[in-house]
Design a protein around this ligand. Sequence first.
Ligand SMILES: *[C@@H]1O[C@H](CO)[C@@H](O)[C@H](O)[C@H]1NC(C)=O
Length: 425
Amino acid sequence: MRGRCSRKLGVLAKAGVLLWVLWLGYILLAGSPFPSSSTVEEDEEGRNVRAKQRSLDEAAADGQLARPLYSKPAPDSNAMGEWGRATHLNLSPEEKKLEQDSVERYAINIYVSDKISLHRHIQDHRMNECRSKKFDYRRLPTTSVIIAFYNEAWSTLLRTIHSVLETTPATLLKEIILIDDYSDRVYLKSQLAQHISEVNRVRLIRTKKREGLVRARLIGATYATGDVLTFLDCHCECVPGWIEPLLERIAENASTIVCPVIDTIDWNTFEFYMQTDEPMIGGFDWRLTFQWHSVPEVERKRRKSRIDPIRSPTMAGGLFAVSKAYFEYLGTYDMGMEVWGGENLELSFRVWMCGGSLEIHPCSHVGHVFPKKAPYARPNFLQNTVRAAEVWMDSYKQHFYNRNPPAKKVRQLQMKPTQVFKQCV
Ligand SMILES: *[C@@H]1O[C@H](CO)[C@@H](O)[C@H](O)[C@H]1NC(C)=O
């Protein structure tokens, strides 16, 4: 036992000596001046080259950090819809019929969508300042992207998922959480599960009954492990660089809900219209319907540059990022909101009343297919807006009831005082 130990020590000592000799040799070699033909200028040049190399290395490291989990295939300019171009098809009468059927069924031209790559590129027409802006990827929070859907078409849903995977830096994307809100379309069963199982960082959760958008999203949020929840609709396409400005803003101030600029994807041709001038902000009328407004002068003056976030009274609803902790602090969504409609205003009022703010970031762009018409009725819109008015509007709710007499009936029929909670925790 003892002998073996001392033999081992001997070996170690020899190895130590050898290492020391090697190290000494290295020091001597590295320290020895090169044949000194170099002038002072060349030295300076050398320094410049080294500095350049260093900044290249840093850029490469940044580039590495900005890399998404999957990269898009090389663009194919002949492919339909590539770079967000419109698709126009010459269809036979039979094909035309199929196209019309798809529009009837989804209120979106799915016939066209099916012909466009799930991985198409979108031309980045954002402001130069947005495109050249650098981010400190190591300090940005991570995000979980939450996408709820109900009977969504295959190609629009899958294009949304792949678009997130191919535009969000892998270091920032914790996961995509899909919530199937009790769809009954057959391709959304095992075919979807199979497809998802072949992609990394995507989870599929299914509700056991129809929950509606609000509760489906909240169910998704309970599975999220990222610092920030990013909610998207199920027929979106993200423009590269979309997530960084949202996450950077939340890192600066966690009590901010930040929305991307919502670009329009045409429901018929799938042309991607990037909004290049000043984004619009959200407002509402006294019937509590959401509306777009131009940025008021006072807000224009408050901002220091064109790429500063813009404060917005309300949000459109589908697309926003919020710190998970702050969302919980806010009391999340009003769980009593049914299906969809009105929840966006309720959350907007809530964030402003609870000391936070709501902003639109001009450098973050996400395209959204606005269907030809709302594909599903909003039977609960009135009820939901009554909840929002009762909770947040104090005496101003009188304006709402005056402009919207049916709302008065809803209140009498459906609202019990105990159902309404004012929540800033
Ligand atoms: C964050 O934003 C809120 C709302 O605009 C503001 O009241 C608060 O002072 C900000 N906090 C910081 C740390 O800037």
